[in-house]
Design a protein around this ligand. Structure first.
Ligand code: TMP
Length: 201
């Protein structure tokens, strides 16, 4: 099922999705609402601690946690469904495609697929394509503490898994109705922004 007016941005770490979401929502701050996963809620905060390396959980546990956080994000009070029902256009930095890419590397494809099968599809998915060497250099340039997945070998595997997942959704896009837009994330911020804006006129 497609959730109309739900837009998702995906890509490996450092692909530039957050910058573009800021630019897009600035066009119409009343009607566009930006959200993200992990969320700012309790499960999302717990996940951030896990991502920063404060503690370790089994990789299967992280798949469950990301899915639980997603459930609140979509169906919880003040969540995506409520926002859309009140007439907003919701733009999310990451969604279940992240779980199908990241968690599949560590705990296999089966569990992330199972846990994420109940979630609706976004109307548009912008997938940011970038060489992991370039994106990780951007992450390093931020001079912030690295999160657990921000390692080159891992990012290469995640990028390859994203490609498998995106191709699969592209193949069935006729029947599901999802629109998938591939973005060259090495292009300039302005060019990318102009490309994205065209889908909202
Ligand atoms: P970000 O907000 O900086 O993109 O960081 C979120 C990190 O969490 C990023 O490394 C991707 C990871 N992640 C997963 O592994 N699975 C998920 O389902 C989601 C939403 C994020």
């Amino acid at each position: 099922m497609i959730l109309k007016n739900f837009i998702v941005f995906e890509g490996i770490d450092g692909a530039g999705t957050s910058t573009q979401i800021k630019k897009l929502t600035a066009i119409d701050p009343i009607n566009f609402v930006a959200t993200s996963e992990p969320t700012a809620g309790a499960t999302g905060k717990f996940l951030r601690q896990m991502l920063s390396g404060d503690f370790k959980v089994d990789e299967k546990t992280s798949a469950y946690l990301f899915a639980a956080d997603r459930c609140e994000h979509i169906f919880g009070r003040g969540g995506v469904k409520e926002l859309i029902d009140s007439g907003k256009i919701v733009i999310s930095d990451r969604y279940f495609f992240s779980s199908l890419a990241y968690q599949s590397i560590s705990c296999g494809e089966e569990l992330p697929r199972l846990l994420n099968s109940p979630f609706p599809l976004p109307e548009i998915l912008f997938y940011f394509e970038i060489d992991p060497e370039i994106s990780l250099a951007r992450v390093n340039a931020r001079n912030e503490k690295k999160e657990i997945y921000e390692k080159l070998e891992l990012q290469k595997k995640i990028a390859a898994q994203y490609e498998i997942v995106i191709k699969e959704y592209e193949k069935k896009s006729q029947e599901t109705g999802i629109k998938i837009v591939r973005i060259d994330a090495t292009d300039s911020i302005e060019n990318i922004s102009n490309t994205i804006k065209k889908y909202f006129r």
